[in-house]
Design a protein around this ligand. Sequence first.
Ligand SMILES: [Zn+2]
Ligand SMILES: [Zn+2]
Length: 369
Amino acid sequence: MKAMAAVLYAPKKIRVETIQLPEPGPRDVLLELKKATLCPTDIKKYNADKPDVASALRNIGDYVLGHEAAGLVLRVGSEVTGARPGDAVAVQPMIPCGQCAYCRQGKTNMCLNLLGIGASAGSFTDCVKYYHATGVGGCYATHLKAPASCVIPLPEGLSLEAASLVEPLGDVVHSVDAAGTGKNDRVVIIGMGPMGLMHVPAARYNGADDIICVDIDDTRLDVAKRLGAKAVVNAALEDPVARVKELTDGLGASKVFVASGGRAQLPCTLQALKMTAKQGTVSLFASAALDTDDLRVSMNLIHYNMLTLTGTVGFGREHGEKALRMLASGILDHTIIRNREFPLSQIEEVISLYGKGENLKLGLDLTRI
Ligand SMILES: [Zn+2]
Ligand SMILES: [Zn+2]
């Protein structure tokens, strides 16, 4: 069977070409991928956001990006018991070492030697080395070899297209669950990129229905309403702290998620702390730009209000499984988030379109080259 992949040779240089079909090892599976979804992490790698991307591609070899995908199991290794050929599965892209102090406590997303399918976790250089040593690369391909622990079976009736959102949604489920979000919460989400938007149905899935969304783009705020936000605040037009207080009887919100990253994260985090109710939680979901100033915050604000300031990164298998159940429940119409799809050969065009206009998550149909 012919296998094709979008191979990254150098920064901003991808060729879609035939690759050798990888052979699964005893604990691996070989997947025939059907649907993938683009992630900003991939675009950063494509643009060589860090110097090690260019040097790894030059000195170690080419690489296949992509870590948000779903497909069918084609072959399984001799020791694999949890998956069978023909199973529909979603890719859980994190590859923990299983040996370090965090892995031994079951905190695999904190693994000290973490690697990721499609370089979604760990250092890019280590992921490229791993690919050339084992054949485990990324998902912008018709086939993927992966450790069997990296696949999660789909609930009955869930489409592969929806399931290709398991990684971003697993991160969101982790964020919402780690903050203990439930039905008595008043929730604020700041930043309506695809990840912030997916916090709306994830909070609703946990029973919270009093959800306020903050952004500076009315189009994104309209999407938040379609996903179930009760109120929206355009922070370019009104003070989000005052407006949230007004909408919460002067108390503030009990759970505030900052899903606005880059340079916007610092001002958004300061606003978040000021709009949080006593004993509330502020959780940093997005990551700040590397050159962002450190946060300076009043210690008495935290002390007297008993605030919790925390963050989450990655997700565990249980969050991935819950994300799939959530998609199967219909609470999130995935086509609102993954709102366009292209054939694999158009990957560079898709990268250039990401985040522009009404584009949210952009999909790849891997059955069309
Ligand atoms: Zn991703
Ligand atoms: Zn580990």
